[in-house]
Design a protein around this ligand. Structure first.
Ligand SMILES: [Ca+2]
Length: 280
């Protein structure tokens, strides 16, 4: 390549970087604004209200300061700190074949549990050695979500999803909470955790969108293991926030609110640019 060509490429690269930094600054400003609302506001079902402001916490896209923002309550995602193979199996069946679902839910159960007794469709250390994987199951809770890609039957497609289809990374949380918030849960998580049909799930989502909580109360049992003693509408203190400028890279941040501590929140994950992510 000629010297002038090299110089041109270098300039373009610098411009790209500058644009990315400008976006990141704008994203940070919006994130601070959102965190303020979450900390100071009052949660009611799938919204947080502060004075005249209200923002959805069920992942609906809203515009804040000209940017697209999605705020998802962590209790609307499936927390892997309380892994349930049956919930995961029902979640996976919405995304892949029953056979794959059986394999992946058992492989993940074996990956997490302390023992080396292989489940029917799972895999333990002996299997990883025989398949020359070069690594063994952790036999403890997973530490980062992309650890799921180590499972023998996991695929990047299933994990990442795309602009039209949820990937597992859109639906799961490392750690997470031990209960599901029916008011904010992402549809596939709601369907899996409450063991609903697709039709029942859509009905609940529609009632939620219309804020018809009295009608929803009639459909929900007083007690369900998915929400336990919390009741059906309890948010968590963990939020996943996605921010983007149209046609620009996405920021994914996971924050934990800690209002009783000197620092009232912590950023658990800061993923920018989150290149693999579509925008659902
Ligand atoms: Ca194990």
């Amino acid at each position: 390549m000629s010297l002038s060509g090299q110089a041109r490429n270098k300039l373009q690269e610098i411009q790209r970087q500058q644009t990315a930094w400008q976006h990141e600054l704008a994203y940070r400003s919006v994130l601070q604004h959102v965190i303020h609302i979450l900390l100071a506001g009052e949660t009611a079902y799938n919204r947080v209200r502060l004075d005249k402001l209200q923002i959805p916490i069920d992942g609906q896209t809203v515009t804040i300061k000209g940017l697209d923002v999605q705020i998802q309550d962590g209790a609307g995602l499936m927390g892997l700190g309380w892994y349930r193979a049956d919930w995961m199996n029902r979640l996976l069946r919405q995304l892949t074949s029953p056979k794959n679902a059986n394999r992946i839910s058992d492989e993940l159960a074996d990956w997490i549990d302390a023992d080396s007794i292989r489940r029917r469709n799972g895999m333990e250390a002996a299997g990883y050695l025989a398949a020359n994987k070069g690594y063994l199951p952790r036999n403890a809770a997973i530490r980062t979500l992309d650890e799921l890609l180590e499972l023998p039957s996991m695929t990047a497609e299933l994990y990442n999803g795309n602009a039209e289809r949820f990937g597992l990374r859109d639906l799961l949380l490392v750690g997470g909470t031990d209960h599901i918030n029916v008011a904010t849960a992402v549809a596939p998580v709601l369907q899996a955790a409450l063991d609903l049909s697709a039709q029942q799930t859509q009905k609940i989502i529609s009632i939620r969108q219309h804020q018809n909580w009295a009608q929803l109360a009639k459909l929900l049992p007083e007690y369900h293991e998915a929400y336990g003693d919390y009741g059906p509408y309890t948010p968590s203190n963990v939020y996943r926030i996605n921010i983007r400028k149209k046609n620009a890279a996405v920021l994914t941040a996971i924050i934990r609110l800690t209002p009783n501590k000197p620092t009232p929140y912590e950023i658990v994950i800061w993923d920018y640019p989150d290149n693999e992510r579509g925008w659902i």
